[in-house]
Design a protein around this ligand. Sequence first.
Ligand SMILES: [NH3+]CCCOc1cc(-c2cn[nH]c2)ccc1C(=O)Nc1ccccc1
Length: 312
Amino acid sequence: MRYDVLRGFYEVEKTIGCGGFAKVKLGTHIATGEKVAIKIMDKASLNDDLPRIKLELRALKSLSHQHICKLYQVIETDQHYFIIMEYCSGGELFDHIVEKNRLTESESRMFFRQILSAVAYLHSLGYAHRDLKPENILLDKNKNLKLIDFGLCAHPEGGIRSPLFTSCGSPTYAAPELVLGKQYLGPEVDVWAMGILLYALMAGFLPFDENNIHGLYKKILSGKYEEPSFMSLESKNLIKQMLQVDPKRRITVTELLAHPWITLALARYHDVSLEEMWKYLKRWKYDYDTATYLLLLIRKKRGSALKFNSAA
Ligand SMILES: [NH3+]CCCOc1cc(-c2cn[nH]c2)ccc1C(=O)Nc1ccccc1
């Protein structure tokens, strides 16, 4: 498939993922030679998924965090949307767990801290992800986690604490209040999903699993799951606090950040303060210059030469 609008700016290579209304291809940003991920959506097949794309673009444009997949450029034509993103060569966290069966407690903690840092940042900007699962967490070549797919994220007008209704996300990771179709709060369902994630990292299987949806819902609503003997007591206790059926009794992100199991020292990401960073990002147009600047910034941080052929 030829994409004329990309010619001279990006080379398009193999497909690295596809889901529903989008396919994702590996690409090369010609001016810098850096690899990128190009999420391609055919407008004709989007139909009622168009709001998801708008949501995702709005979210990605305002997010800048070391554990959230970076947006470089947005290209829109009559037929397509092209979302140019940071390339995560380590694939999905899901595959990483499957190949290792389960992770050690310290590796799980290392990954979980990164997820928590990204989710805490999201919530601080008034977003809830609402579809946290291993398939939406990728690894870059240094095994750093990157959150993707903000197509279901919520940014309620009344602020992150205002109730939501839309039932969305994957049933396996859905919190009881979501399953019951009750009003729910974005941050609380994200904490539940992170509890499922942490359990899956350390156990190698899911706490609530059933091949039929009703059996699955019953298990989720019971809040009862197996606690493998190889899990330490503090890990079991942390997961228990995240998988509380009553969202009011569930541990919050703020409490998680201070939790002894986490002792999260959130590293400062940019040399500039985050406030200044946001100011720049808000002004950027996510055009080719933005992509070029961001990729050069990464190259600089990596200490590589600032190779740049302006012929492009
Ligand atoms: N489960 C992930 C499949 C690959 O999907 C992606 C990969 C990257 C990626 C790969 N390397 N670097 C970034 C960036 C974004 C996506 C993505 O958003 N996929 C998607 C989400 C919803 C519907 C359809 C597709």
